[in-house]
Ligand binder design. Structure first.
Ligand code: ADP
Length: 746
């Protein structure tokens, strides 16, 4: 059910990228373009997939912004495909559309309707001879359905089945595996089944990083954190919750953010850092109330009440316990009702309101008896004992505290145990049974000491965590500073580059215009000077011949200069289209032909090894050969035969073409200079030329992505080598990397 058939549309990639960053509006406008394109092409399959993708965007946005309207929009889109009057769609596409509808119905909490459709999908799936991938999506939908209906055993059953279908080591199915892992984690968390959660968490983080899936990365990080938390390794738990928090903040996943803030608050509470715990809890209540589910809300209210109770702010504690009780009653959550009633009773007892306290405690006990739940029972029993003690009813006090102590040991509630021992000792003191009082006093001291030590250790961890966070924050601030500096510099360089490119373009335009436009007036000067010379030949004296010679010389030199400048200016104008297979042997033959006169005049011999056919620009190759060979002949040595050797060599993925002569050579210190435009080492008259030839070669090599190497010894000869990267026909210049895309998520 991946969107493979849309992969060749660039807008689709962009839409996926934006969706993974949770930029919904932008992602949607790209997706709409994809749909438009598919419709234009008349491809039914592509149009359906594009619509599925639009549904995916709507559903994700709906989840993030708690916006039901968006789910209804998804339903509308899906109905368009499923309308029976249009039966032209291939069966498997209809099937996938139905499954998408199931997903949307689940988001709308229409469980019965979703289940009916899901069962229909299952029945049809057998007929479709469907792929493993489709089957896994089906199983995951079942898992999600039962998850949402709090039937975790069944939910687990279906995630297990999907695990069985996947080969764990099969990386090809990585994206699907990621979905299965993430779903398994969600179910395990609800079941408080922490056994495999770390393994799933680690794999989920790895895979989600590979596929840029931030929401599932959050699920993975969170799972690892919960694993550590369940082992009381608060440092590691804190580290992972903080990472998870950053991930959810980045994609503005408010539910995830709220969840992390609550857990971080709870870690602080466990570390006796009550002020930070309160901060986190109240932030969640204040800013994320809209995304909190009732269960989490209850836990927060209760924990806040508990903190206020522990620090002796009883009225505030009572206020939060009352809020918690109201919520628990409104959603019929009996376990929490009993627990909160017990808490209220404790707070009232601490305030000295004993009768009312007893009343609450008995209400709590009744519920506990009815539900058979043991959790929290010990607190209530000891509280009742405490109240009887305060009311001086020592027999009842002994009875309840004794039962409470048994329960405390069962559920390993050390705080209740300590409270119980102390009460026991006090009760026996009142009964003047000092032997028993001493026994419980000793137990109390022992347990208290153990507990205090554990508490001290946790307080140390709290400080360690604070220190770690401070260091991290410092690092982050520093990194941010560097990043800002870097991006400022980057922007500056980009701007300068832009200016440079435009300045360069202007300059080339200018050089082109100048060399082109100056030729016309120059021709006028030349022809009129010849006209004057011819027409007034008899009236002019003998020295005027010399003057006319200078004028004509100047004109022809200027002409040459303008021609060369023009050649230089037009390099790069339209070279990218002109790539072809070029036979270098042919290029050499043509060059020799066009230099026929100078070759004959100088008696130069030009040799070469076998020259191959390479993929390049023909005009550029001609210019390079022409320049290097004509220079080799022009700057030939006196009193020796002129020999020019052209050699080709392939080195790994580079073409090396060498032009070697036995001419006058170039002084070492001048080698850099000869590549500059208009730079020549000789006075006019010695050797003809304009000093542009090598500049043209350099510019061409820049365009071809190559370079020129020079070796030369004065009086012995020079060797110019052009090094060209091998380019194959069809090679793509810009490799944008592997595209990242999302497919339908659950
Ligand atoms: P031009 O040949 O028009 O003078 P070029 O740009 O081609 O201009 O060359 C610049 C200078 O480099 C030449 O004037 C010459 O001094 C030196 N040069 C180029 N090729 C050779 C060579 N094969 N041997 C010696 N000197 C050379």
């Amino acid at each position: 059910m991946t969107n493979e058939i849309l992969l060749d549309i660039p807008e689709f990639h962009e839409a996926c990228r934006l969706l993974s960053k949770r930029q919904f509006g932008e992602s949607m406008s790209c997706a709409e373009k994809v749909l438009l394109l598919a419709n234009k092409e008349g491809s039914i399959e592509r149009a359906i997939k594009a619509l599925h993708f639009i549904v995916e965007i709507n559903n994700t946005q709906g989840r993030y912004e708690s916006e039901k309207e968006l789910f209804y929009m998804s339903l509308k889109h899906l109905e368009e495909i499923l309308t029976p009057s249009i039966s032209i769609y291939p069966n498997e596409y209809l099937w996938e559309t139905r499954l998408k509808k199931v997903e949307t119905l689940l988001l709308l909490e229409k469980y019965e309707e979703a289940k009916k459709l899901l069962l229909q999908c299952e029945a049809e799936e057998a007929l479709l001879q469907t792929s493993t991938e489709r089957r896994i999506h089906l199983l995951l939908s079942f898992s999600e359905l039962y998850y949402l209906q709090n039937e975790y055993d069944r939910a687990t059953h279906y995630t297990r089945l999907s695990f069985d279908l996947l080969d764990y080591k099969e990386s090809k199915e990585g994206r699907l595996l990621l979905k299965v892992y993430a779903q398994a984690i969600r179910v395990c968390l609800r079941r408080h089944d922490h056994r495999r959660i770390q393994e799933y968490g680690i794999r989920t983080v790895e895979l989600s990083e590979k596929y840029n899936d931030e929401e599932r990365k959050f699920i993975g990080l969170n799972a690892i954190a919960v694993h550590h938390g369940s082992k009381y390794d608060f440092k590691m738990a804190m580290l992972y919750f903080r990472n998870a928090l950053n991930t959810s903040l980045e994609i503005n996943y408010r539910y995830g953010t709220a969840y992390c803030l609550v857990n971080i608050g709870t870690i602080y509470a466990n570390l006796y850092n009550y002020s930070d715990a309160l901060d986190y809890y109240t932030t969640v209540l204040g800013e994320y109330g809209d995304v909190l589910d009732n269960n989490t809300g209850l836990i927060i209210l209760n924990n806040i009440g508990n903190i206020y109770f522990v620090v002796g702010r009883l009225d505030e504690a009572l206020e939060y316990f009352e809020r918690s009780l109201n919520l628990a009653e409104s959603i019929n959550y009996n376990e929490m009702r009993a627990h909160t009633l017990a808490q209220i009773s404790r707070a009232l007892a601490a305030k000295g309101v004993y009768n009312k306290a007893l009343d609450y405690a008995f209400q709590s006990e009744r519920i506990i008896m009815e539900t058979g739940d043991r959790e929290g029972k010990q607190i209530n029993l000891i509280t009742i004992g405490d109240i009887y003690y305060k009311l001086k009813n020592y027999e009842q006090a002994l009875n309840y505290v004794g039962r409470g102590l048994v329960c405390s040991k069962e559920v390993r509630d050390e705080v209740s145990e300590i409270r119980g021992y102390r009460l026991m000792s006090n009760i026996f003191k009142e009964k003047r049974d000092f032997e028993k009082a001493l026994e419980y006093q000793l137990r109390y001291s022992e347990a208290q000491e153990k507990y205090a030590m554990a508490q001290r250790n946790l307080q140390i961890i709290d400080v360690e965590i604070r220190y770690d966070i401070q260091q991290k924050e410092k690092e982050i601030a520093l990194l941010k500073k560097y990043k800002n500096q870097l991006s400022a510099q980057h922007e500056k360089i980009k701007e300068q580059n832009k200016q440079l490119i435009s300045a360069n373009d202007d300059l080339m335009q200018f050089a082109y215009a100048v060399s082109h436009d100056l030729k016309e007036p120059l021709r006028m000067v030349g022809s009129y000077s010849q006209l004057i010379q011819r027409r007034y030949e008899h009236q002019l004296d003998s020295s005027s011949d010399k003057f006319f010679y200078f004028v004509n010389e100047g004109v022809s030199r200027m002409n040459q200069l303008l021609d060369d400048l023009l050649k230089y200016a037009i390099i790069g104008k339209e070279d990218d289209q002109n790539w072809e297979r070029v036979n270098l042997a042919e290029i050499l033959r043509i060059t020799k032909f066009s230099l026929k006169l100078v070759i004959e005049e100088s008696g130069a011999s030009i040799t070469s090894n076998t020259l191959p056919v390479i993929f390049t620009n023909r005009a550029y190759m001609s210019q390079l050969f022409q320049n290097f060979i004509s220079n080799a002949i022009k700057f030939r040595g006196a009193n020796r035969e002129t020999i020019v050797k052209v050699r080709y060599e392939k080195r790994i993925d580079k073409h090396h073409i060498t032009f070697e002569d036995n001419g006058i050579g170039i002084p070492q210190e001048a080698i850099r200079r000869i590549f500059l435009i208009f730079q020549r080492l000789h006075k006019r008259g010695g050797y003809e030329g304009t000093g542009i030839g090598l500049s043209i070669c350099t510019k061409i090599m820049d365009r071809l992505g190559g370079r020129i190497l020079v070796e030369s010894e004065e009086g012995v000869g020079s060797k110019f080598t052009i090094v060209l990267p091998e380019r194959l026909p069809g090679f793509l210049e810009e490799n944008n990397g592997t595209p990242s895309f999302l497919d339908e998520g659950f």
